[in-house]
Design a protein around this ligand. Structure first.
Ligand code: GLN
Length: 487
């Protein structure tokens, strides 16, 4: 039998069903692995050993009693942005260093109801603001492919845990690329659904009109399995949309014959590493060989994606993070002189530099006199970007290209230059601005570092993206490559 940590979620599910091993055995094996290999990666903020073993025992009992849910006994990790009842939920911030959530996020609740076992809470950039995991109050996460490099962010802990085979899957969130970029940099599969597909209830807000929960796995099939459970209307999230959730697993079959793939020429302009470009082009050729047709599509406002995002996201963050005032939630400065001092020092000491930068930018673009020039203008450009995608999807089924401009970069390389850091999301941000489903799947290696293929679809076309990625994964085995030290 393949070692348990090397099996995908789908393989583990079959093994549990056949009785080859129990959830307690599986959970114990992974917790041991997390104990020995986890600390060097710093992928976890909390490891939930006792909790996980209790959930595993309950899952084994449920199975014995004939009550096994879809994910009965299967281990996962939650990004520490998801509230989990009675469990520390930090969002990577000193502000929430001691915050124990009083309730479960819908995502946490749905996965638990299906029988999943939570191994721990994953490290992340502070309040999900970052592209390298270096803004975390709990320190950077190391990329399992090369410890000197970043696993990407903000879901760096989730991605590193899955890449290092410490967990077969992890939840994650994506506001501008935080699922797909770390997935690309760690050779994992990252899926961001359509805005409104997965409930944001209990997911600590960064930029509410962009934030979307999703998943990091090692195969498209595993992503389909988990998304089916996570997705669906939730009345507790006012932006959750009541549209039926298809059976994603049932939709994975079928050939790529006749698939219309759109290619954006600007994606391959200067800025994209040449070797990454070659890997992505090889992946596109693979799709073509499987029967897809490639056509060029135009996204005329593409250049405005990053600047638009860096007005809209900080604006919403400045509003969302105003609740952290030293009174209602989280960190409180000691011995404040007066109320003003309490606010100033609690926020000054509780937030890190990047979060403060965003709050200040956001407050500025929303202020009287600048609102029209920045925020309103950004909202208009956002609509133009959305229209561009809509027009493109009149002639193609999917848009494909690179997920990131380069493979994983060195920790420390971009921390002094926020603009360069922001440009890491140049290919991913458009999908957030337009609310579209998008994913990254492994498609090559450059000097032993992974490269991701980015797929974007029309609203609610999650099933199509999963099918394309699954079929691609039947033809290639990039997604099976693991960092040598973690096999
Ligand atoms: N890297 C982007 C940022 O720093 C996106 C983050 C995210 O998707 N949460 O805002």
């Amino acid at each position: 039998m393949t070692a348990l940590h090397l099996q995908t979620l789908t393989e583990l599910k079959a093994g549990l069903e056949k009785g080859d091993f129990t959830s307690v055995e599986l959970t114990t094996a992974l917790l041991e692995r997390i104990g020995s290999l986890g600390p060097d990666l710093n992928a976890f903020i909390s490891v939930l050993g006792d909790n996980a073993l209790a959930q595993a025992a309950a899952a084994d009992a449920a199975r014995a009693a004939g009550n096994a849910g879809v994910l009965c006994g299967l281990p996962i990790v939650h990004k520490d942005i998801f509230c989990m009842r009675d469990v520390l939920t930090t969002c990577g911030s000193r502000m929430l260093e001691n915050f124990v959530a009083p309730y479960d996020a819908t995502v946490v609740e749905r996965l638990a109801e299906a029988g999943a076992v939570v191994l721990g809470k994953a490290n992340m950039d502070e309040f999900a603001m970052g592209s390298s995991n270096e803004t975390s109050y709990f320190g950077p996460v190391h990329n399992p492919w090369d410890h000197a490099r970043s696993p990407g962010g903000s879901s760096g802990g989730s991605a590193a845990a899955v890449a290092a085979r410490l967990s077969p899957a992890a939840t994650a969130t994506d506001t501008g690329g935080s699922i797909r970029q770390p997935a690309a940099l760690t050779n994992t599969v990252g899926f961001k659904p359509t805005y409104g597909r997965v409930s944001r209830y209990g997911m600590i807000a960064f930029a509410s009109s962009l934030d979307q929960a999703g998943i990091i796995t090692r195969s498209a099939e595993d992503a389909a399995l988990l998304l089916g459970v996570m997705s669906g209307f939730d009345e507790r999230d006012s932006t959750s949309v009541d549209v039926p959730v298809p059976d994603y697993l049932a939709g994975l079959g079928g050939s790529l014959n006749g698939l219309r793939v759109g290619i954006v020429r600007q994606h391959f302009d200067a800025g994209l590493d040449e070797q990454c470009a070659a890997a992505v082009k090889a992946a596109l050729a693979e799709l073509e060989a499987a029967g897809a047709t490639l056509t060029e599509v135009d996204l005329p406002n593409l250049d405005y994606c990053v600047p638009t995002y860096y007005v809209v996201a900080p604006a919403e963050c400045s509003s969302n993070l105003s609740r952290f005032d030293g009174v209602r939630f989280g960190y409180r400065a000691s011995e404040p002189k007066d109320l003003n001092d309490l606010y100033c020092r609690s926020r000054g000491e509780g937030f890190g530099a990047e979060v403060k930068r965003r709050i200040m930018t956001g407050t500025y673009v929303l202020s009287a006199g600048y609102y029209d020039a920045y925020y309103l203008k950004a909202q208009k450009v956002r609509q133009l970007i959305t229209d561009d995608f809509q027009r493109a999807f009149e002639s193609v089924d999917v848009i494909a290209g690179p997920t990131t401009p380069t493979p994983a970069f060195k920790l420390g390389d971009k921390t002094d230059d926020p603009i360069t850091m922001y440009l890491n999301d140049i290919y991913t941000i458009g999908a957030n601005l337009a609310g579209l489903p998008a994913m990254s799947t492994p498609c090559g290696m450059v000097d032993d570092l992974p490269v991701g293929l980015h797929l974007v679809g029309p609203h609610w076309a999650e099933g199509r993206l999963l099918q394309i990625a699954h079929q691609y994964q039947q033809l290639t085995d990039w997604h099976k490559q693991a960092p040598e030290a973690y096999t």
